[in-house]
Ligand binder design. Sequence first.
Ligand code: ZN
Length: 227
Amino acid sequence: MTRPKDIEEQEIGWRVFEHVAEMGPEQQLAWLLEFLQLSSDNLWERWPDLRIEAGAFAFGQPQTRPIDISRDDLIGLVRQVSEGVRTLASGREWRLEIPAITKVYLPRVVKGRRGKLQFSGWDSQRAVSDFRTAFLAWVDDLISDRVAGARLRACARPGCGRLFVKKKRGIYCSQRCSQAERNKRYYRSLAKKDRQASRHDRYVAEVKRISPAAAKLVRRRTKENVE
Ligand SMILES: [Zn+2]
């Protein structure tokens, strides 16, 4: 006899899996990067929820039982992977050491029109029971994905360096970083204009010393009046 709590856990496992199964490699990579960049405390605090998703990604199936991993092992795993991913993002090579894994092939079922379930090919699944190995194998699949792996970047804003999945030609992790860099460029150009202005003032003062009448005729050089 299954207890209601088990049923509830299984339902949550399925619902999360449905959501996760619809995510392409790029979205999965974005999820991974968020996950890797949580602080240790945050990671452990949110783990009861995150492990359902992490397990669904790693094992490729709904999680009906909590993943059993200690805080230290989880933090160690996340640290190992994030260092590796950072190495990759900086254009250097990173080789993941994963124990040999047996893959099994299972039919992929998708929701078709009017919510009808349809067969749509085969999915490989990792026949491992150990979360760490399954997680590393999933990471390996993601970073070797031609599209997603090639979009892995570290934010170009000095002092940020956050890992993200590049969209179009973006080089910053967020709107915030990109705006901050734009502001910096703007203030830099203002400061440059200020320096030019004070140079102009010194020039006018110099001309005035020689001829007050001529000083009145001094105009600032602009694109329009410079021929
Ligand atoms: Zn950033």
